[in-house]
Ligand binder design. Structure first.
Ligand code: EPZ
Length: 421
């Protein structure tokens, strides 16, 4: 297994360029199941989760060619409809093939994703919505067995809870359904907006893009003619590097971003007394005389993202005073707390609220363990300001979602090296 060795307190400065968004790319790769043509996708992040999803497309019978950040996918040849346990267990996002496979083939089997490190993460809302569209769903032998012998029909779906993956699955199912589907209480994340835009470019009529009410006119099983496209920049990767600048209290310019997607993150950094300079495609975080504490509640976009919670917790350890973080989306997304404690942080947990008593210069390097993707990036951030050497173990979590992390951090002056243990 590989680990990262980080020597803290190096001179950080310079520029970082952000890769394509993993969480936009995954549903977009799934959406190619709806296509009748070969599609070229640019700005594809070179991370493990993308390779896993492409492998799934291959297992279903599709073909792909990957060249760095460019991927060519032809899903027309898909002739299998089972997403097997061996893939789903390594990546929950595999559930995103459920909607497109069912709408194209009228049946499919997807291994039921289990719980994960950040919470139970059920998929009941995906299944209920598909049933409302006429699907018959049974859970047998650990698999979601879905059929729609007469095809999926448009329906009015009211999500009980805002769900990113659920909205994506139903959007893709609705694209080939018979008639009009309305999704109420839809997620509004930029990743969903891009999925809508790509489907619209492929000829699907969608109203309400970017809002919580989406109206989709299905093509009644007519496959779509996709246009080539580029993946949007990764707002969470960008936010993580903004925190790298903030925690080290140095100036770093983050290039190739959509600042609008980072408004909640930028606002919290400003509350913490950092100046953030914005232009059309970049954000520059500038150092401050005093890092102020902050109170954060995670919520759906455009609110503060749960995927940035762990990184801000690391940052709050360096603030002058007491911060609070209230995690409202996932029930178990505080696995990084015990590892931050090992580095010397003063954090108290009470249910879903963490109280962080911050003070600059209090962290000391040691061995810590990565537990999920964003928790791992919080440990990397903490290590940048910990005294001495921090070894971060189980970094395969980081490789799932951060392209060239060591390269990008090294470029801004950090001392980060990868070793095998
Ligand atoms: C997406 O997960 C992201 N993953 C997550 O990013 C992100 O943390 C999450 O959205 C929230 O923003 C991808 O885009 C691949 P949800 P998703 O359905 O779609 C509950 C990362 O680090 N829920 O919006 O799985 C659920 O348990 C990852 O990159 C149900 O109860 O999230 C959670 O509490 C981790 N029933 C809440 O809704 C359902 O059927 C939001 O989950 C579905 C969800």
């Amino acid at each position: 297994m590989e680990y990262l060795k980080i020597i803290g307190n190096k001179e950080i400065s310079g520029e970082v360029t952000i890769s394509g968004a993993k969480n936009a790319a995954l549903p977009l790769i799934a959406s190619t199941i709806l296509a009748k043509n070969e599609i070229n996708i640019g700005n594809m992040p070179n991370v493990v989760d993308i390779n896993t999803f492409l492998k799934l497309i291959g297992k279903l019978g599709g073909t792909f060619e990957k060249d760095e950040n460019q991927v060519k996918i032809n899903a027309l040849s898909i002739d299998k409809t089972t997403a097997t346990y061996d893939i789903v267990k390594t990546m929950r996002a595999s559930i995103l093939v459920l909607g497109p496979l069912l709408s194209r083939f009228g049946h499919c089997e997807v291994s039921l994703p289990g719980g994960c490190a950040i919470g139970q993460r059920p998929v009941d809302l995906h299944l209920k919505a598909l049933e409302q569209m006429g699907a018959i769903i049974e859970i047998k032998h650990g698999y979601i067995q879905a059929t729609a012998p007469e095809g999926l029909k448009g329906a009015k779906i009211v999500f009980d809870k805002v769900t990113v993956g659920g909205t994506e699955n139903i959007l893709m199912a609705a694209a080939l359904a018979n008639g009009e589907t309305t999704i109420i209480n839809a997620a509004k994340e930029p990743e969903i907006e891009q999925l809508c835009d790509v489907l619209v470019d492929a000829g699907v009529k969608i109203e309400g893009i970017g809002t919580s009410k989406l109206i989709i006119q299905g093509t009644n099983k007519e496959l779509l003619e996709f246009k080539d496209f580029d993946i949007i920049p990764d707002r969470i990767e960008a936010g993580t590097y903004m925190c790298a600048a903030a925690i080290t209290n140095k100036k770093v310019k983050i290039n190739k971003v959509i600042p609008l997607h980072l408004e909640a993150v930028t606002a919290k950094l400003e509350e913490m007394n950092f100046e953030v300079i914005q232009d059309e495609t970049s954000l520059t975080v500038c150092p401050t005389d005093e890092i102020k504490p902050v109170n954060i509640i995670t919520t759906e976009y455009p609110g503060f993202p749960t995927d940035m919670q762990a990184q801000f917790m690391a940052l709050a350890t360096q603030a002058n005073g007491t911060s609070t973080i209230d995690e409202r989306l996932f029930e178990n997304r505080f696995m990084h707390v015990s590892e931050l404690l090992r580095l010397g942080a003063d954090i108290h947990l009470n249910g879903n609220t963490a109280t962080i008593n911050g003070q600059a210069g209090t962290l000391n390097g040691t061995d810590v363990m990565a537990t999920d993707l964003r928790a791992s990036s919080a440990l990397v951030l903490a290590a940048l300001v910990a005294k001495g050497e921090t070894n971060i173990h189980r970094i395969y979590h980081l490789d799932r979602g951060y392209e060239n992390l060591e390269g990008k951090l090294t470029q801004i002056g950090a001392d980060v090296k990868r070793f095998t243990e």
